[in-house]
Design a protein around this ligand. Sequence first.
Ligand code: ADP
Length: 262
Amino acid sequence: MVQSPPSGPTVAFDAVSKRYSGGTVAVDRVSVEIAGGSFVALVGSSGSGKSTLLKMINRLIEPSEGCTRIAGANVADEPAPVLRRKIGYVFQNIGLFPHMTVAENIAIGLRLAGGDGHDADRVGALLDLVDLPRAVATRLPDALSGGQRQRVGVARALATAPGLMLMDEPFGALDPVTRDQLGHAIRALHDRLGLTTIMVTHDMAEALILADRVLVMDAGRIVADETPRALLEGAGGPVAQALVAVPRDQAQRMRALAGDVA
Ligand code: ADP
């Protein structure tokens, strides 16, 4: 039922900038191409421009200059609602409607796809896809754990069978164990459906573990564009290496502690 192209589309930023009226340059002439089917993490400290760059893909934010292309087409060339049907979007507080059941929340995504929105089989298949039991379909969001709610959000985002998935701190509000499980689940879905996935995170460890490629942002610019392996081997420059140092130091301290215990 969830039909996706074998490989998601390319995404390209072409000298894209976003300036706010107060003078803030949130994104500063970014040009980069993301290959179809890849899983890219956008990493950087708070305020570095990650969310702004991401939202210039699905037109939640319009650039001041430059453009974003999906499979070669300028995103500004079609109406935003039409564009967004082809793009899944998951963010931290997923925004499920509290008075609607899980099935109804997912059906909103199906309605976007042009269905009648009440196709229980399709809702069921989407729940299967995100590893939730079909029995949760009749529950209200409040009766789910945070991780389950986030999975419902992913199911809703996948309802239109998009080739492109945008995620903005999707695991930010979750406990570490749930966060880890959901991260692996998202990566597995990405591989299974052949998506292009772009994920904003401030957590370099998460980026290194999940992504094929890590873009590091600083003051509105991409200052490093590396594979996780290259970053771990010291590439990417000082900003990237300062971010890599955090999980590396933690791992070293834990190894030392384990040595003390052994
Ligand atoms: P990140 O996602 O890396 O935390 P953002 O893209 O949210 O960063 O923000 C980048 C910069 O743009 C920050 O300095 C932020 O304060 C500023 N900014 C974001 N949205 C607005 C807005 N609507 N008006 C003015 N400044 C904004």
